[in-house]
Design a protein around this ligand. Structure first.
Ligand SMILES: [Cu+2]
Length: 219
């Protein structure tokens, strides 16, 4: 009897047993991996496909994502348009800030400002896009009751350029920016809570009686 035959006599059963067990493991593993692919019924497939079919233009979202986005939509405050520009464009004040520009003419870039009540503070960036200096074509942005506009302007005219076109410590002024010239920019903070809902407010420029034409309502 050769060495080889002795080996097989001794270990053949053990080797075949190991191979058989390994083969069973392999089958079980393959079954696990392919269960969802080969064992699902045609009805299951059909239901899945119908679930994914949506009218054109709608994006498919899984139920989980839908729930998450619904929660998100509930948490986020409504984004109200804050500025109605003369071009009829609306600027969304989603971060409680907005921009108003002016230039070498007697006009603001917006005809109306609307302040969202859900903002504690609204930061207005006021920019002069022209090239004339402040002494020639300066503008400011003043917020006050519409009824106080003319009295404020009258006192501003008395203060004149030396007084910065506003009476010192004018209590009627809700907020006022500094005067800017071409290429300059400044910021004005408005607190919507400081405006009474029963009053009408306006924004205007007090430089050299510009408020005659540089004015608009706040809503
Ligand atoms: Cu002005």
């Amino acid at each position: 009897m050769s060495q080889e035959q002795k080996f097989w006599d001794k270990y053949s059963i053990t080797i075949f047993t190991i191979l058989f067990v390994a083969f069973i493991f392999y089958l079980v593993k393959i079954y696990d991996l392919t269960e969802g692919v080969y064992v699902r019924s045609a009805e299951d497939y059909q239901a899945d496909i119908i679930e994914r079919i949506r009218p054109v233009g709608q994006v498919y979202r899984s139920e989980q994502e839908k729930e998450a986005s619904m929660m998100l939509e509930e948490e986020l405050p409504m984004q109200e348009p804050i500025v109605t520009a003369m071009s009829n464009e609306t600027v969304s004040a989603n971060d409680c800030s907005l921009e108003v520009t002016t230039g070498d003419n007697l006009a603001y870039s917006v005809s109306e400002i609307s302040l969202p009540s859900n903002c504690e503070e609204v930061a207005v960036t006021f920019k002069h896009l022209g090239s004339l200096p402040a002494a020639v074509m300066g503008h400011n942005l003043v917020i006050a009751k519409t009824a106080d506009l003319q009295p404020i302007q009258d006192d501003a005219n008395k203060a004149g350029m030396a007084g910065g076109w506003l009476m010192a410590d004018d209590a009627r002024v809700v907020a006022a920016s500094k005067i800017i010239g071409g290429g300059e920019s400044t910021e004005l903070i408005i607190k919507p809570s400081s405006l009474s809902s029963s009053e009408q407010y306006s924004f205007f420029c007090t430089v050299m009686s510009h408020s005659a034409v540089m004015r608009g309502p706040i809503s």
